[in-house]
Design a protein around this ligand. Sequence first.
Ligand code: NAD
Ligand code: UDP
Length: 337
Amino acid sequence: MSLLITGGTGYIGSHTVVELLKLDQDIIIADNLSNSSTVVLDRIKEITDKSVTFIKADICDFASLDAIFEQNDIEAVIHFAGLKAVGESNQIPLNYYQNNVAGSVTLFQVMAKHNVKKLVFSSSATVYGENNVSPLDESMPTSAINPYGQTKLMVENILFDLAKSDSEWSIACLRYFNPIGAHDSGLIGEHPNGIPNNLLPYVAQVAVGRLAQLQVFGDDYDTVDGTGVRDYIHVVDLALGHVKALQKLDDIEGCQPINIGTGNGTSVLEIVNTFKDISGKDIPYTIVPRRAGDIATVYADASVANNLLDWKATRDLTEMITDTWRWQSKNPNGFES
Ligand code: NAD
Ligand code: UDP
């Protein structure tokens, strides 16, 4: 039996594939390479000494997915594939709805056709919107503040309806907080196309000299130092959350939302200072006005993941930033170098 990993050559997918290979899982990656490179496959092989089956396929293409399920004995799917840039989603919302929502529906249709009803879905803490107070827990109301967030919320709602319509489905909707870090080999990590939107890749690219300085979006929030607070989680801890979710799918009835975060908050300036200490590089920054749509503080109540999945994040901020820096300094141009 194989696991199908959509988006498996991407940042979180590749780290999850490494952890699954360690358990001798048979892996098929389906990815259209719109935001990743096949070099990742060589790096995964270098880390694990194991190979995966890679199929270049788009989740919006029913026939391609159908052929994958036809030709392989797939027992479960981890669905990472999607577009993820919040700013871009405001500019080209239809691409986001097509890719993330229509693509997901296509995948679920093919899964249903082939009677594969075990799924782990990449959701996001963005579904908590801007009106809940941290720590955020799964019982809180959800809402969306941009098209990207809307796509995550829509897919979650589709999955709740699907699970209600057919009790054979077992679905874990993992609501990620802020994934950072990289595999400790320095061989795989995050390398966004163009100018990064997220804090950590931005800071890492300033440290490595690709970008001149960081803009800190606001220092007048009601937080420890006025800058925004987020729940950063090591991507390997996140990957291990997927492994646990897969192992526990049989115990999950219907569609279960599960926060994957550490439960701790860290400010922008705490990140900058820790990065500076660990890398020994200067990180010049200027304070600029708040970014539209940002809220002061976001962190998880991770007790559902602790209790239901027997999962807890174990890697601290030092490890997250050490691993980010190792990856960035070894691969200043990402997978191109
Ligand atoms: P990523 O861009 O590195 O990986 C996504 C992968 O999906 C890429 O390899 C891309 O080529 C592929 N892909 C995109 N559209 C596709 C399609 N139509 N068909 C096939 N493949 C397609 O992103 P990531 O950071 O690894 O994120 C993985 C998932 O987790 C995404 O769904 C994202 O929305 C979600 N998520 C990410 C974060 C984060 O901060 N990184 C936070 C919360 C949720
Ligand atoms: N941030 C910043 N400068 C940047 C990118 C992000 O000051 O160039 C801040 C942002 O305002 C937020 C935190 O860093 O407080 C994390 O932002 P990110 O986009 O990484 O995650 P999200 O806001 O989506 O949780």
